[in-house]
Ligand binder design. Structure first.
Ligand SMILES: [Zn+2]
Length: 342
């Protein structure tokens, strides 16, 4: 079963590299011209946006910082850009639909309908739920290792991976936080923060997967794993933020790092005699299913629910189960280590 799933997964992985080359709406010159025009005039067609009146006192928008307007005005600038992109996207999609074209993606996202100014309300709500489940999982783990399980004579936990899981929770909560913000507003800076946080989380969880699967307890061995991964992830994040924001490349990097850790955990779960290996199987299968949803990405139903939103819904129970595995793992390792010392 596990081997079959790995094959399915590899086939899907192969497909993703072909499918992701699909054209994106934000590269469309008509759309680009519309956004540029709108940022100057504050209007798309006969719709005008109040956020775009940011240089009312005549200060230049792109002059040196001491001549620029205060931060809240810059926020308005961001809002202006967001309103412009949104309405240019709607008008462009309307035109494209008339010409019989399928919906295109803009800045890596499908054309969604906004509700109360929130761009993807379903994904925002689900990201917030993911964040909450992540927080709950971490708190319950923290309480378990620090208050319920016995300590070593040197006042440290028996479980050798406690610290690594605490750091993992910070990466995960940070990523879900920026994901929720990103789904609510289409702003360049937030988009970069979201993508960077996701890459950082994937990189860290890959490191954690290697360290836990191979049961690395020596600091030196862990550093040997951490160094190349953090160098790679840092380079990739710098490249995205300061050189070129390449969605296709980023997806390949994320899928590769995600696939690698899924394969690691899957193989481990097949070999190990760990009492909670079933939980790992479920999370691995669910994680692969979630990745397939990202690969066979479909446009939103009713302008609201797309494959990404469904993926966020799947990750909620998976996150719960994952932390449950982490708690089991800490209890299991602790009991083994106590038996050894007796
Ligand atoms: Zn998301």
């Amino acid at each position: 079963m596990g081997r079959c799933y790995v094959v399915v997964f590899l086939v899907a992985l192969y497909c993703v590299f072909g499918l992701l080359e699909a054209s994106s709406g934000d590269a469309d010159p008509v759309y680009r011209a519309c956004v540029e025009q709108c940022k100057k005039t504050g209007c798309v067609g006969d719709k005008c946006f109040q956020h775009c009146n940011f240089s009312s006192d005549g200060n230049p928008i792109d002059g040196p910082w001491y001549l620029q307007e205060p931060l809240y005005v810059q926020w308005k600038q961001w809002d202006c850009q967001s309103d412009c992109s949104y309405h240019c996207m709607l008008s462009r999609e309307e035109e494209r639909q008339k010409l019989g074209h399928k919906p295109a993606k803009y800045h890596g996202k499908w054309p969604f309908k906004r509700i109360y100014g929130i761009q993807e309300p379903v994904s925002v709500a689900l990201s917030a739920l993911n964040l909450a489940v992540q927080f709950h999982g971490w708190v319950s783990f923290f309480i378990l290792v620090n208050y319920k399980l016995p300590f070593r004579p040197n006042k440290k936990t028996y479980y050798e991976f406690s610290g690594l899981w605490h750091i993992y929770s910070i990466f995960a909560m940070n990523a879900w936080f920026w994901n929720a913000v990103y789904h609510s507003r289409d702003v360049d800076l937030i988009e970069k923060l979201d993508y960077s946080s996701a890459v950082a989380l994937l990189g860290y969880s890959l490191f954690l997967a290697i360290v836990r699967v191979f049961n690395m307890r020596l600091e030196a061995a862990r550093v040997m794993v951490a160094a190349p991964i953090s160098a790679f992830v840092t380079t990739h994040i710098l490249y995205l933020n300061f050189y070129q924001f390449d969605y296709g490349l980023n997806t390949k990097v994320c899928v590769a790092m995600g696939a690698l850790q899924i394969i690691l955990w899957a193989t481990w779960a097949l070999i190990t005699r760990h009492p909670s290996r079933v939980k790992v199987w479920v999370v691995v299968l669910g994680g692969a299913l979630a990745m397939l949803l990202e690969i066979y990405d479909f446009p939103p139903y009713w302008g609201l629910i797309d494959s990404h939103a469904i993926w966020h819904a799947i990750t909620i129970p998976l996150t719960y189960l994952w932390w449950s595995f982490v708690r089991d793992d800490s209890e299991f390792r602790t009991s083994i280590l106590i038996k050894k010392t007796k």
